[in-house]
Design a protein around this ligand. Sequence first.
Ligand code: GLC
Length: 569
Amino acid sequence: MTLALPTSLAQSDKLGPLPSQPAVYQVYLRSFRDADGDGVGDLAGLRDGLDAIAALGCDAVWLNPCYLSPQRDHGYDIADYRQIDPSYGTLGDFDAVLDRAHGLGLRVLMDMVANHCSADHAWFQAALDAGPGSEERARFIFRDGRGEHGELPPNNWESVFGGPAWTRVSEPDGQPGQWYLHSFDSSQPDFDWRNPDVAAEFLDVLRFWFDRGVDGFRIDVAHGTVKALGLPDHDGRGHNSVMWDQPEVHEIYRSWRALGDSYPGGKYFVGEVWLPSQDRLADYLRPDELHQAFDFGLLIQPWDAGRMRAAIEEGLRVAGSAPAWALSNHDVHRAATRYGQTQLLDAPPPTDMISAARRTGPADMALGVRRAKAAAGLLLALPGSAFLYQGEELGLPEVFDLPDEARQDPIWFRSDGAQLGRDGCRVPLPWAADGANLGFSPDGGAPAWLPQPAWLARFARDDQERRPDSPLAVYRDLIHRRRPLFGTAPSLHWLDSPDGLLAFTRGMGVCAVNFTDRPQPVPSSWPVGVRVVTTEPAPEPTVLPPNSTSWFQLAGSDPTGRDDQRHNL
Ligand code: GLC
């Protein structure tokens, strides 16, 4: 079966300043590399580490928020959109990262958090001081409470992080007063995007960073910015359709796109849009809106050929040739752990996608790492962009064994410890098996902001650099070989496969995944030539090792790597 490209989406393949179908490395700055020894990753550390990202073969980095922030949600609570947080460095350090990245051929994407800011933001502080009915309050969503004395929240909406989405303030006279809406933590008040001040301010902020040379933005909770008029109660069943995905959000992205397109070469936007149905993504991908939106459908699938194939077909159907695929990010449990846990094959498709990828429970780590490498082999062969979360290339597992007192995620606090939250995927990277904070920090520095368990040393980058069979070596091989083999062919053609195998041709390559725990022969009907990559050692040329992915040249294809559209079936 061939997946046809919806013509309306074909042009979303043009990604402004990014090459078509890029590999993008996600940098969670706090945990990437610490240059000044305070135990917190920083921009100077990133600058030093950019070579490693370029050597991996990536085309761009996406930097989680590094603006001034009290760090209640580690930068997703922004106090000043035009300043760098001092724990990360200065605007000068940021410019140095940009220069170095561009010199290495890496584009730089920042993270734009427009749904909410920090309660420390000057606008919110002014809104608290100015009182009900003021222009300052009209930039946020303040309402009187329900109940005789306004003691009940204005509606029944719940925060994504748990508990009510409203917090009551004390008015300047000290009396209990209005409530403000926060879709996330109470330290993250939502803007009122129906107020033109807000739209104007964000266009100005985007301009500020574009003028500095930033190549694009990942847009945080892009489906959240506008709320239904009148803020009606949620009917209580599943997805809150009055809180998320309102038609007016699209005006915002049209204006952002127009601004981005006004720069030579254009600027790029990818949206974080978590919705129960992938179909809803299509509107965000209209030619005058976002270039891409993350496809989380693949991320949440269990390790199963049929489920993965269905998710890929759905992603390509919705986003044409340009899904933004990811297997991990800073909000979900790491892939190596998820694939090493018992797979829930009979569970109905999850509707709450974030929590679906945050299951606890024991994991077989050796198996999980094998499968994560194989899943990367699958993802990197697909049409579209590939987003890799830092540490994935090392096969890092989720860290479940953090001491309670070390945890920092607001989800942990707002759920009274019932949910571990996201700290376990944010533990600082192990750069070296020995050394301060496993090479994350210089010698003599402070302890890492989240403790690294001793077992993390087994995943150290310096050790993996020396081992040709390490996850790092496999990822590097995959990323370097994906373009010569698959080109930018916009579609794929599935091959008939026995149960437990998944295979397709694309461009001049064949990608084959063995989801089973046994070696499987390559079916004689497959048009395979030489095997160019395998995620596990494969002693016999016609066998697919258990839980692995292999890439082959398409039989009869031009081995020089030109003419990548010829087999675009
Ligand atoms: C997004 C971010 C997440 C953050 C939340 C609130 O989902 O990815 O890390 O906590 O938005 O900004």
